[in-house]
Design a protein around this ligand. Structure first.
Ligand code: OSB
Ligand code: MG
Length: 375
């Protein structure tokens, strides 16, 4: 399939809640959508690079520039039989995984649509319903934290993840655990601790957490292994894992026992699938993380979550939790903590084009040179 056109679009959207983590606060989001067009139609994906380089180094602007200046010239006018050929062509670009992933994911969507099948068929998924949890930002008080946990557990969510940071860790976890003795509870530090904080993190062992997500540095595996040896609770790696090879190394040295997979962070579906296979071979459970995506990104996350090894609830909670009005139909809302994978071809959702037009603050289209026959 020849790639005729790439379109970049930036949308301004406002979350229904203020989301505070150890690395910052967000509510006004800028969503970057990437559309890949060919003779057979189009495929779409969301680039998950943030507004601010607090989770990873990429931002919407670095991703935009990398796609326009480096990815587009490599893929426009090329004829790919499979997404793997496109991945190979982008192998010369170092880093910028979220930028590369967005184009790769849009091409998978295009391919699935042109074949008339859901994308998960091409990935080798095994389920059509995905259990999901929620990620709850740092709240102004313990009472508010317990209340947020209550609201979401009442809605049927299968797991509650609390964001923590130094000074906001044992107390909120104790409060929520006391209120909900049987809840599936986890925490996410987004790299806010150092190995010297091990005594504090060990206090969390008392609360029967399913895992502690990314306690140490974003680029570390070695100290995580030292910490894991001192904890009963499993460590789940997020920021530190950028590839299947990272996962192999992390699991091999015992840096954690669980992995949060985000397609954007690891450079696309081909890499996410390999990472998943590595984790399964180690007997390590994985789950699908979220990046406060619009319906486009979350529809993609659901496709990935259908793979066999995704045995823990993911962060793909309801559209109506994030947005007053999401940009896709059908609306991806969880029922009793389970998201059904929409049955349609590709990612199974359609853009609300009028709404997308209204939310757009920037757009750029790149087209293959006419008649350029590139193999
Ligand atoms: O660490 O998983 C994370 C959001 C933005 C950046 C990083 C993370 C998160 C979340 C929210 O935890 C997950 C979601 O609801 O999309
Ligand atoms: Mg995380």
């Amino acid at each position: 399939m020849r790639i005729e056109q790439l379109e970049l679009r930036e949308l301004a959207m406002r979350l229904r809640f203020r989301f505070e983590t150890s690395f910052g606060v967000e509510q006004d989001r800028r969503i970057v959508l990437v559309t890949v067009r060919g003779e057979a139609g189009e495929g779409i994906a969301e680039c998950v690079a943030g507004e601010f380089p607090g989770y990873g180094y990429e931002t919407r602007d670095t991703a935009w520039g990398v796609i326009r200046d480096f990815v587009a010239p490599l893929v426009l006018g090329r004829d790919y039989a499979t997404p793997h050929q496109l991945v190979r062509d982008l192998g010369s670009l170092r880093g910028h995984n979220m930028a590369v992933a967005a184009v790769e994911m849009a091409f998978w969507e295009l391919q699935a649509r042109s074949l008339g099948v859901p994308l998960w068929h091409l990935l080798g998924g095994v389920r059509t319903a995905v259990p999901v949890g929620v990620s709850i930002g740092i709240q102004p008080s313990l009472e508010a934290t317990v209340e947020q946990a209550r609201v979401h557990l009442d809605q049927g969510y299968r797991r509650v993840k609390l964001k923590i940071k130094p000074g906001w860790d044992v107390a909120p976890v104790r409060a929520v655990r006391e209120a909900f003795p049987d809840a599936d509870l986890t925490v996410d530090a987004n790299s806010a601790y150092r190995l010297v904080d091990a005594p504090t993190l060990r206090l969390l062992d008392a609360f029967d957490l399913a895992y502690i997500e990314q306690p140490l540095a974003h680029d570390d595996l070695v100290d995580h292994a030292a910490l894991q040896a001192r904890l009963d609770t499993s460590i789940c790696l997020d920021e530190s894992i950028h590839s299947a090879e990272d996962a192999r190394k992390g699991l091999q040295i015992g840096a954690g026992r669980v992995i949060n997979v985000k397609v954007g962070r690891v450079r696309g579906y081909a890499a996410a699938r390999r990472l998943h296979d590595v984790a399964v071979s180690f007997g390590a459970p994985v789950w699908c993380g979220g990046m406060l995506e619009s319906g486009v990104g979350r529809a993609h996350n659901l496709q990935l979550s259908t793979l066999e090894g995704f045995v823990l609830p993911g962060d793909t909670s309801s559209a109506s939790r994030y947005w007053d009005e999401d940009i896709v139909e059908p609306l991806l809302d969880a029922v009793d903590g389970v998201q059904s994978v929409p049955p349609g071809a590709g990612i199974g959702v359609r853009l609300k084009t009028d709404l997308v037009e209204r939310l757009t603050v920037r757009a750029e289209v790149m087209t293959a040179a006419k008649g350029s026959a590139r193999p």
